[in-house]
Write a protein that binds this ligand. Structure first.
Ligand code: FAD
Ligand code: SF4
Ligand code: SF4
Length: 481
């Protein structure tokens, strides 16, 4: 029987006061009863509009119907037929702009909680009936995947299922890309990411870490090593800075460095772990996207008394997900809106002591569609603090571009790749994810990796590169330049 409630079944969460003192996951997940109750809100629409919003084409009504019937294992199999990372997507996909925005239940009330149900199913399977995976029969064709973020993992997984001998080359000592080094533990537990990576290994994917392509090997070397096609999924990990005086002072971090120290190097557990981090009592995070929210909420958990998001537009223009903004507010993060930094101030020892900002007002919409911030002359104001974290965007690392002269790139450094086949200007080289689109989302990167796998398969069989699914062109871009 259909559940007529206009509201989603609420997600249980850690209390805000308790959680801002720990790195445990904020949302604790549906119980079986909650999942069944929520699944019964689905109307099983014949034309499946929700599916048009999912870049990896999860069979949404079908898996939800199985959840409603208590058939959780079958629901897991239904989801993983097209999505190899459901525990991750169920947590970090911006569902409100993707599958859920197209759900008909959203016309009168809240959409079906597709993401929460996907998360429930993935967690249930891991806990109760983990899949037993084994390599597909090998076709002895070697393919190299550069980068182990969601784009590389999705591409590798789909190629391995088709029998290819896939090797992932990852620059860091730990695979997972932003899933491991960027998104904090309290939003995406690393054990889950590790479990999904272990599954890939069980399917025969080899992962070589500490392998910086462009230094250890270049793309030509990979060809000489017998790799017949290459997928480049190296992301956009190069931080963008403000370009204001004082940015080289001690106590100024890029959000990337700050979050990497915390997530990958476990700085929150110093001295048990080797990498320290100093946050002080007063912290400012510059920017208003998901990365800024993650950095601010991490700084709070590291013991900072006052953490402020400094953002040059108003709340309406904040690019972060609503849920993240809400969680940040609940945890006591201040929002210093309509302020733009013009100078970081330091003491004689070279440490940050404050930041000078100009107040802003909003003008007409700019090219991004958001109202343009305009500085108010004479409105300079100084905020005292010890740490500044810059979270205004990332661009691709230029290493592969610089070592591959015949690889066409955009002026901003992104690799040029075909929208649907992900083929680049270089024969046998495909690319996808943030290195092509600029900083975007996990699910768009995964979608690109899957499309590339399909095209690589066709290429290696001498068939035309025509993927079954066209590219999904919408989604959110959390960058706030
Ligand atoms: P990445 O995840 O960046 O992975 C690229 C990998 O390539 C890295 O491991 C890198 O070390 C490796 N690499 C780079 N150069 C080389 C080289 N030369 N040789 C070998 N390896 C190399 N998206 C969401 O959907 N929801 C969210 O909530 C969300 N939150 C985010 C929070 C933060 C803090 C950040 C930084 C991003 C967030 N995003 C979020 C964006 C999302 O994580 C990215 O869009 C996604 O990870 C891109 O995937 P990718 O595979 O293209 O690249
Ligand atoms: Fe929605 Fe993401 Fe799951 Fe697709 S993968 S159904 S977009 S939550
Ligand atoms: Fe169910 Fe919503 Fe999809 Fe309809 S649009 S099938 S109600 S999830």
């Amino acid at each position: 029987m259909i559940n007529r409630s206009t509201d989603k079944v609420k997600m249980p969460e850690q209390d805000p006061v308790e959680r801002r003192g720990n790195f445990r996951e904020v949302a604790t997940g549906y119980t079986e009863e909650m999942a069944i109750e929520e699944a019964k809100r689905c109307l099983q629409c014949k034309h499946k509009p929700c599916m048009d919003g999912c870049p990896v084409h999860v069979q949404i009504p079908e898996f939800i119907d199985l959840v409603a019937a208590g058939e959780f294992k079958a629901a897991y199999e239904m989801i993983t037929a097209t999505n190899s990372l459901p525990a991750i997507c169920g947590r970090v996909c911006p569902q409100e702009n993707q599958c859920e925005v197209l759900c008909v239940r959203g016309k009168k009330g809240e959409p079906v909680a597709i993401g929460r149900l996907e998360r429930f199913v993935a967690d249930w399977a891991m806990e109760n009936d983990p899949p037993v995976l084994e390599p597909a029969p090998s076709n002895d064709v070697k393919v190299a995947v550069i980068g182990s973020g969601p784009a590389g993992l999705a591409c590798a997984g789909d190629l391995a299922k088709r029998g290819y001998q896939v090797t992932i080359f990852e620059a860091f000592h730990t695979p997972g890309g932003v899933l491991m080094y960027g998104i904090p533990e309290f939003r995406l537990p690393k054990a889950l990411v590790q479990a999904e990576i272990d599954q890939l290994r069980e399917q025969g994917v080899e992962i070589q870490t500490n392998m910086v392509i462009g230094k250890v090997y270049d793309l030509e070397d990979l060809k000489k090593e017998g790799y017949q096609a290459v997928f480049v999924g190296t992301g956009a990990g190069l931080p963008v800075f403000l370009g204001v005086p004082g940015e080289n002072l001690n106590g100024v971090y890029s959000a990337n460095e700050f979050l990497t120290r915390i997530n990958l190097m476990k700085a929150y557990d110093f001295p048990n772990c080797d990498t320290p981090i100093r946050v002080g009592q007063h912290v400012a995070v510059i920017g208003g996207g998901n990365v800024a929210m993650d950095a601010a909420r991490s700084a709070k958990r590291l013991g900072a008394r006052e953490v402020s998001i400094i953002y040059r537009r108003s709340e309406a223009e904040l690019p972060a997900r609503d849920e993240e903004i809400e969680h940040a507010k609940e945890e006591g993060i201040n929002f210093c809106l309509l302020h733009n930094p013009i100078r970081i101030i330091g003491n004689d020892e070279g440490w940050v002591t404050g930041i000078e900002c100009l107040k802003m007002k909003l003008g007409e919409p700019d090219a991004s569609g958001r109202r343009r911030p305009i500085a108010i002359p004479g409105s300079e104001t100084v905020i005292d603090l010890e740490t500044v974290i810059v979270a205004i965007g990332q661009s691709p690392n230029p290493l592969i571009k610089n070592t591959t002269p015949d690889l066409e790139t955009q002026a901003w450094g992104g690799i040029v790749a075909d929208d649907t086949t992900m083929a680049t200007s270089k024969e046998g080289v495909f690319a996808g994810g943030d290195v092509v689109t600029g900083a975007a989302t996990v699910i768009l990167a995964m979608g690109a990796g899957k499309q590339a796998a399909e095209a690589i398969d066709a290429y290696l069989q001498g068939k035309p590169l025509s993927p079954e699914h066209p590219a999904v062109v919408f989604g959110v871009n959390p960058v706030d330049l």
